[in-house]
Design a protein around this ligand. Structure first.
Ligand code: PEP
Length: 252
C-alpha cells in the first residue's frame, strides 16, 4: 500500500511564533483525520527547530523547503542537508518550481542536492511540473519526463524507495486554478509509467502528490484518483483548519 501524504509548504510565510502556533493547531486537530494520512509540515529554516519541538510526540513529520548542493564550507547563506537532518527533519522539498524559476535550479544542481539529502538521511519530496506555455503546447508529458529522467533516474533502487514525487503544474500554483482530477490522474499515471520503466514494480510504491491550489473543496475529488496519493499544499497549509480539512479528503 502506498503512503497517503498531505504535506504543507509554508514557503516564506510565518514568523517563528506563528509557525509554532500553526504546528500546534495541526497537532491538536490531527485526530479528526484518518490515521492513514501522513502529515508533513515544511516551515522556513528559521523555525524548523521550534516546529520540530512543537510536533514532538505526534505523528506529524517536519521537512525543510530546500537544502544546499554542497556538504559544507564557504557558501554564504546556504543551509546544508546535514544541518537540517541534525535538527530532526525527515523530509526536504527539492526542485520546487519557484526554486527552478527564481533561483535557477537546474537538474545539475538538483542531482547534487538529492545526493546531499540522501547522504544525510533526508527523504526528498521532488517536484516536477510544466508551465502554462508548455501545457498549452501539449508538452507537459515531455517536460515532466525530462525532469524525472535527468534526476530521479540517477537514484539507486534503495534511494528511490525513500522518494516522494510532487506533480505541481506551475500554472496552478497559487493561482486558484486547479488541474482537474482527470488531468491530475492522467499525468500521475504517466509519471508512474515513466518510473516503472526504470525502477520496475517499485514504482507502484512511490507516493505521487498533486500540488497547485489544492483546497478543502477540491481535495477529496483529486485524492480519489488512483494514482494521486495526496497533496503538496501551499496557501491552504497556512491555516491549520484548511490543512486538516484537506487531509479529510481521505475518508476516515
Ligand atoms: C506549492 O507551491 O507547492 C503549492 C502547491 O502552492 P498552492 O497550494 O498555494 O498553489
Amino acid at each position: 500500500m502506498r503512503k497517503k501524504i498531505v504535506a504543507g509548504n509554508w514557503k516564506m510565510n510565518t514568523l517563528p511564533a506563528e509557525g509554532v502556533e500553526l504546528a500546534k493547531n495541526v497537532v491538536a486537530g490531527r485526530g479528526e483525520v484518518c490515521s492513514c494520512v501522513n502529515f508533513i509540515v515544511c516551515p522556513p529554516f528559521t523555525h524548523l527547530s521550534q516546529v520540530i519541538d512543537a510536533v514532538k510526540g505526534s505523528d506529524i513529520a517536519v521537512g525543510a523547503q530546500n537544502c544546499a548542493a554542497e556538504a559544507k564550507g564557504a557558501y554564504t547563506g546556504e543551509v546544508a542537508a546535514s544541518m537540517i537532518a541534525a535538527l530532526g527533519c525527515e523530509y526536504v522539498i527539492l526542485g520546487h518550481s519557484e526554486r527552478r524559476q527564481y533561483y535557477g535550479e537546474t537538474s545539475e544542481t538538483l542531482n547534487k542536492k538529492m545526493a546531499q539529502a540522501y547522504a544525510n538521511g533526508l527523504k526528498p519530496i521532488y517536484c516536477v511540473g510544466e508551465n502554462l506555455d508548455e501545457r498549452e503546447a501539449g508538452k507537459h508529458f515531455d517536460v515532466v519526463k525530462a525532469q524525472i529522467e535527468e534526476v530521479v533516474f540517477n537514484l539507486t533502487a534503495e534511494q528511490f524507495s525513500q522518494l516522494v514525487i510532487a506533480y505541481e503544474p506551475v500554472w496552478a500554483i497559487g493561482t486558484g486554478k486547479t488541474a482537474t482530477a482527470e488531468q491530475a490522474q492522467e499525468i500521475h499515471a504517466y509519471i508512474r509509467k515513466v518510473l516503472a520503466g526504470k525502477f520496475g514494480a517499485a514504482a507502484a510504491e512511490c507516493p505521487i502528490l498533486y500540488g497547485g491550489s489544492c483546497k478543502p473543496s477540491n481535495a477529496a475529488e483529486i485524492f480519489a484518483k488512483e494514482d494521486v496519493d495526496g497533496g503538496l499544499i501551499g496557501g491552504a497549509a497556512l491555516k491549520a483548519e484548511d490543512f486538516l480539512a484537506i487531509g479529510k479528503g481521505f475518508a476516515k
